[in-house]
Design a protein around this ligand. Structure first.
Ligand code: ASP
Length: 360
């Protein structure tokens, strides 16, 4: 399933073209080809089917997605950089208990929250990422600090948190990330494993088929968050943040902080933020593979996203989705899971948000 759309280019009316002519033909031509300000976000992909949530819960998810879009878009509209726009959207989603990132993160097998995040600047291809974070309120801010204030790309665990202290980032108690809903999902999973005599099994709870025996699909969804945007200077940026996969082993690192898997941005090809079964996204270098197909194979953004998600990922047995944005504003929200929390806001348009696959 995919929710694909192609952005309209900004077109100028006769009056506007005449006005541009006054400042010179080159700048008029430049403006004619300028892509619209655009931001896309996701709040995770997975076993999301109609009926899973109450209308009130659906409204809460859609409202949070719309607010995240608006916050990011306001930055773009104010002339701010794509990096600031995605940071605004992602920190909002990290703070929301509804998603599996920041507050509301899923639990490891031993009942802890370990967070991963990443960010990438399409103009410079600078990148920053963090893994195994337990006490930083907004992991994406730490990933950004790694990109901008250190000579490294990735920092993990205690070293990352020591760096966060130097950067004056906000610390919270590990219990800040815990929500009752996630905790009861975790306890229910433990109970199911015990009942099935599968204690210690390593199969991720968030596997592609969910849990058909129990019908308990709610906890089998993903809830990672991410954003991609293009600003008034035509620069792309991408970022992703997650609590990872429920029941992951202590120390497990997923695709999110792996540049080229869970995140990628290059003004020359595209910006991508991924969500799904991270091990597969790492093995396929999903984010970079999509941009490489755009760059080397001349595919459009939707074509490249389709190939990677519906052919390559599907064939390998992985599931999840991506949001992708090209330098001309062409974009895609593509997933092979049942649904993906997602939203897009294009200059001149209204925010669009959705949860389920097309036709639902
Ligand atoms: N990709 C994330 C991970 O494997 C999970 C997700 O997207 O929900 O850590």
């Amino acid at each position: 399933m995919s929710g694909l759309s192609r952005s309209p280019f900004v077109r100028f009316g006769i009056a506007a073209v005449a006005a541009c002519a006054m400042v010179g033909a080159a700048s008029a031509a430049e403006k004619m080809s300028k892509p619209p300000l655009t931001i896309l976000i996701h709040g995770g992909a997975g076993a999301l089917e109609k009926g899973l949530y109450t209308p009130e819960e659906e409204a809460a998810f859609l409202g949070a997605l719309e607010e995240a879009l608006r916050l990011g878009y306001a930055v773009l509209e104010g002339g701010g950089p794509a990096l600031d726009a995605i940071t605004a959207s992602i920190t909002y989603l990290e703070d929301s208990p509804l998603f599996n990132a920041g507050r509301g993160a899923v639990f490891t097998r031993d009942g802890k929250n370990e967070l991963d995040a990443s960010i990438m600047d399409g103009a410079t291809r600078n990148a920053g990422s963090v893994a195994g974070i337990t006490r930083i309120k907004n992991p994406v801010l730490l990933a950004r600090a790694v990109m901008e204030k250190s000579e490294h790309v990735m920092l993990i665990g205690e070293g990352a948190e020591e760096f966060a202290r130097e950067q004056d980032l906000e610390f919270v108690s590990p219990s800040y990330f815990r929500t009752e809903r996630r905790w009861s999902d975790y306890k229910a999973r433990l109970a199911r494993e015990k009942e099935a005599g599968r204690q210690g099994a390593l199969d991720p709870v968030t596997g592609p088929a969910g849990n058909p025996e129990t019908g308990d699909a709610r906890q089998d969804k993903y809830g990672t968050v991410g954003a991609v945007a293009i600003d008034a200077d035509g620069n792309l940026a991408a970022g992703t943040s997650t609590g990872g996969m429920m029941m992951k082993r202590y120390g497990r690192v997923g695709d999110v902080p792996i540049v080229g898997a869970g995140v990628y941005a290059d003004n020359g090809s595209c910006a991508v933020s991924s969500t799904g079964w991270g091990e597969y996204f790492i093995r396929l270098s999903v984010a970079r593979e999509i941009c490489a197909q755009v760059e080397y194979a001349g595919k459009t953004v939707p074509e490249a996203a389709n190939d990677v998600i519906h052919n390559r990922l599907q064939t390998l047995g992985g599931d999840g989705g991506v949001i992708v944005l090209g330098p001309d504003g062409d974009h895609a929200m593509t997933f092979n899971s049942k649904g993906m929390f997602r939203g897009v806001l294009v200059e001149g348009g209204a925010p669009q948000t959705a949860i389920y696959g097309e036709g639902e």
